[in-house]
Design a protein around this ligand. Structure first.
Ligand SMILES: Nc1ncnc2c1ncn2[C@@H]1O[C@H](COP(=O)(O)OP(=O)(O)OP(=O)(O)O)[C@@H](O)[C@H]1O
Ligand SMILES: [Mg+2]
Length: 357
């Protein structure tokens, strides 16, 4: 785990998302995928975005870049402020200049984002030519350079290969090379290593970490793996069914998670040193977002559910301490009043020893 969490590289906010709301209007009904996402990304930091499958991590990433498939998707509300300007207000052509240039993305499945009929060199070069004034020859030389930088051996020969001639791990490196080719300030990496075996996964994460330092780049790292978050991130945003439910420095959240959902995610990490009973599993499953639970969407799965409150009033995001916010009635004035009225001095469950460390 990153130990020097206090030395976050910068306090300068690079990206700020406020009240982002993205729905999908499908034949089955309206999928309320992102209800209200608020987060910020600081310059040079790695922010983890974690949550169960279907919690809205990828849709958040697509919304930042303005590439939510429309139809059926629509961003209905919110601001995506990058360098002080709201990306939602930019024209398509201005947004295209930012995409792949200042903000780049690595997608969940590299095979779907590489074109099988062009060589990888052509594809990296195309990304470079799109954003930089260079000749074809210079772009190819740059492609070779960046391919070796991301650890592709014999890059000067491999540059003329097609995607199918690369292994899964090498294809992911090609994707990273493409994303880095324009020195982006922000890289959004959506599960960049999930489809790879464990050793290659570690190498890809290591590569991302090294390049983020070298290029002084911020990363939003999307994963459902708390272990990866611990290894890679400065801060973490925990997402559940279209909301950020907790956000803060990695050491603080791992030591004292406040939201019952974060506690559940952390409790579900199997550890060799933990007793079997320490392993907590969050009961139930993520809801159907066409007809999600009202107010706090986690309430049907929550051990601390306050009847009459949690299903009626959406908790505000409460700042527990500087930089650490939680969206849960255990910490709101309404929740405190509920507990006081019932004489219920709720103390939420003790954290497993293996996590409290
Ligand atoms: N094109 C689409 N049409 C309809 N619904 C969609 C579409 N894309 C995403 N959704 C819905 O939006 C919700 C959030 O999906 P998203 O892909 O962001 O989840 P995720 O957190 O990235 O999950 P995973 O960990 O599986 O990648 C889900 O309910 C999903 O079914
Ligand atoms: Mg996803």
């Amino acid at each position: 785990m990153k130990s020097d969490f206090m030395s976050r590289p910068s306090e300068e906010v690079l990206l700020e998302i406020n009240r982002l709301k993205t729905y999908f209007f499908t034949e089955e009904g309206v999928v309320k995928a992102i209800e209200s996402v608020d987060l910020e990304v600081y310059k040079s930091e790695t922010l983890g975005l974690v949550g169960e499958s279907g919690s809205g991590k990828s849709v958040t990433a697509l919304s930042i870049l303005g590439i939510v498939p429309d139809p059926p998707g629509k961003i209905l509300d919110g601001e995506v402020i990058f360098h002080g300007q709201d990306l939602r207000k930019l024209s398509d052509s201005d947004m295209r200049k930012i995409r792949g240039n200042q903000i780049a993305m690595i997608f969940q499945d590299p095979m779907t984002s590489l074109n099988p009929v062009f060589t990888v060199g052509d594809q990296i070069s195309e990304a470079i030519i799109l954003h930089q004034k260079v000749t074809k020859k210079e772009a190819k030389e740059k492609s070779i350079k960046i391919m070796s930088l991301v650890g592709i051996p014999s890059a000067d020969e491999r540059v003329d290969n097609y995607p199918f001639e690369f292994s899964g791990g090498m294809r992911q490196r090609v994707m990273i090379a493409m994303a880095l080719s324009c020195n982006p300030e922000l890289l959004i990496a959506d599960e960049p290593s999930t489809s790879l075996d464990v050793t290659i996964q570690a190498q890809i994460l290591e590569l991302l970490k090294a390049t983020s330092e070298e290029f002084d780049m911020s990363i939003i790292l999307i994963t459902h793996d708390m272990g990866v978050i611990a290894e890679m991130c400065d801060r973490v945003a925990v997402m559940y069914a279209g909301f950020i439910c907790e956000i803060g420095d990695i050491m603080i959240i791992f030591k004292s998670p406040y939201h019952p959902y974060t506690r559940g995610l952390l409790g579900a990490i199997p550890r060799p040193d933990a007793a079997r009973d320490d392993l907590q599993i969050i009961r139930g499953a993520i809801p159907n977002l066409i007809n999600p639970p009202s107010a706090c969407r986690f309430h049907p799965r929550c051990d601390y559910y306050m009847l009459g409150l949690c299903e009626n009033i959406l908790p505000e995001l409460v700042e527990i301490e500087p930089g650490h916010s939680v969206r849960c009635h255990l910490y709101t004035d309404e929740g405190k009043a509920w507990m006081a009225e019932r004489g219920d001095k709720r103390v939420i469950g003790t954290i497993p020893k293996s996590i409290a460390g």
